[in-house]
Design a protein around this ligand. Structure first.
Ligand SMILES: Nc1nc2c(ncn2[C@@H]2O[C@H](COP(=O)(O)OP(=O)(O)O)[C@@H](O)[C@H]2O)c(=O)[nH]1
Ligand SMILES: [Mg+2]
Length: 357
């Protein structure tokens, strides 16, 4: 399951956003400075799943899930001093981040850095991530030097290749570039995956606006970075209201849709994740898989047995299945394709795995 860490300065609106996304009611003020992670698993909103469910009338409908983590440790380090290593460490287990930046003005809520300035706040967190990653890189380079000297283990050429890669990371970090901005090959990414660099993880910027604010200009579009503006407090209140009342308020404030669907869409985009479906009388279900994954890999998401015993996959795009009006109807039209294990599954396709078990 995809895990997104909500980060940002104290009082930026992280817990508020968490509550808005999850419809939960976590206490806004967590005292004690204890490092704790609140994890909430949220259904991924998907209109297609609903359509498929009404078509197949299954006993069970299972949406894909995303987990949001609100880390109370982010409140513990004073904004001036920076975050404790233990907190940064915890963040390294996340797949990506949602970075909340305070844009709202409210005299009753003092800003930990004295003034509302989202760009400065953004740079501050970036700088912490970069520094943390730099320490890891330097430590690793020291190790590699030892390894080089002692010998006996890996090939010299192999060690050198890693050194070169880490040197290029060091250069980027020293010039204050987050690692997510580097273009790395798949092989390089694999080589780096065990380090869990914070500045390499994709990040979604959330501009947290007051009820009446409009979003400030925000550049920095990048494949691993996106921006979304929302009114956190208002959305939290809406998420906690009975549905009917919420609709009235939504109309009043001109909110076409709450942020969860857009936020999840953006996160999928950033994380390189896509959806596929399985259908049947017992269950209609949405699944997550790496974009570009093969049919066999996707089968493995459903069950390892289906991956091992994979023979062929029956595949059809969502719009075609809807147009046909059912699986048998689609088959009669010849729209259900048979694909082999290397077929790259496309976003929104419905798959039925034939496997020998
Ligand atoms: N006016 C206004 N207040 C907000 C907004 N978002 C959060 N707050 C308030 O800011 C304070 C800090 O919010 P909280 O979610 O606890 O921030 P955290 O420390 O980042 O978790 C709370 O009193 C919230 O009610 C917003 O969009 N508008
Ligand atoms: Mg909080």
């Amino acid at each position: 399951m995809t895990r997104l860490g909500i980060i940002g300065l104290p009082q930026s609106g992280k817990t508020t956003l968490f509550n808005a996304l999850t419809g939960q009611n976590c206490p806004i003020h967590l005292g004690g400075g204890k490092v704790e992670t609140q994890l909430a698993v949220v259904d991924v909103p998907d209109e297609r799943l609903k359509r498929l469910a009404s078509l197949f009338q299954p006993q069970k409908v299972t949406p894909a899930k995303v987990a949001f983590a609100d880390n109370s440790g982010l409140e513990s380090g004073s904004a001036q001093k920076g975050l404790p290593g233990a907190v940064l460490n915890q963040l390294s287990s996340m797949d990506g981040f949602v970075h909340v930046l305070r844009c709202f003005e409210d005299e009753r809520i003092p800003h930990s850095l004295g003034s509302v300035d989202p760009r400065r706040d953004w740079q501050k967190m970036e700088a912490e991530f970069i520094l943390y990653d730099l320490l890891i890189v330097e430590r690793r380079l020291e190790r590699l030097k030892d390894e080089q000297r002692k010998g006996g283990g890996r090939l010299h050429s192999e060690i050198e290749r890693e050194q070169e890669l880490l040197e290029s990371l060091r250069q980027a970090l020293e010039s204050e570039q987050p690692l997510r901005r580097l273009s790395l090959s798949d092989e390089q990414r694999r080589a780096l995956s065990s380090f869990a660099f914070l500045s390499l993880k994709p990040i979604l910027v959330v501009l947290n606006l007051s009820e009446t604010q409009t979003a400030p200009q925000w550049e920095g579009e990048h494949p691993a970075q996106a921006v979304i503006a929302l009114r956190g407090k208002l959305e939290m209140e809406l998420a906690q209201m009975p549905a009917e009342e919420a609709t009235t308020f939504q109309e009043l404030y001109g909110i076409a849709e709450l942020s969860l669907p857009a936020l999840v869409r953006q996160a999928y985009e950033l994380l390189g994740v896509q959806t596929f479906f399985t259908v049947g009388e017992d269950e209609v279900r949405a699944w997550q898989v790496r974009r570009g994954a093969t049919a066999q890999e996707a089968a493995g998401v459903i069950h390892t047995d289906l991956m091992r015993g994979f023979i062929r996959a029956e595949v059809i795009p969502y719009p075609q299945l809807i147009e046909a009006g059912g699986w048998n109807e689609a088959r009669a039209k010849g729209w259900i394709r048979l694909e082999g294990k290397d077929y790259p599954l496309q976003e929104g396709e419905i798959m039925h795995v034939r496997a020998s078990t």
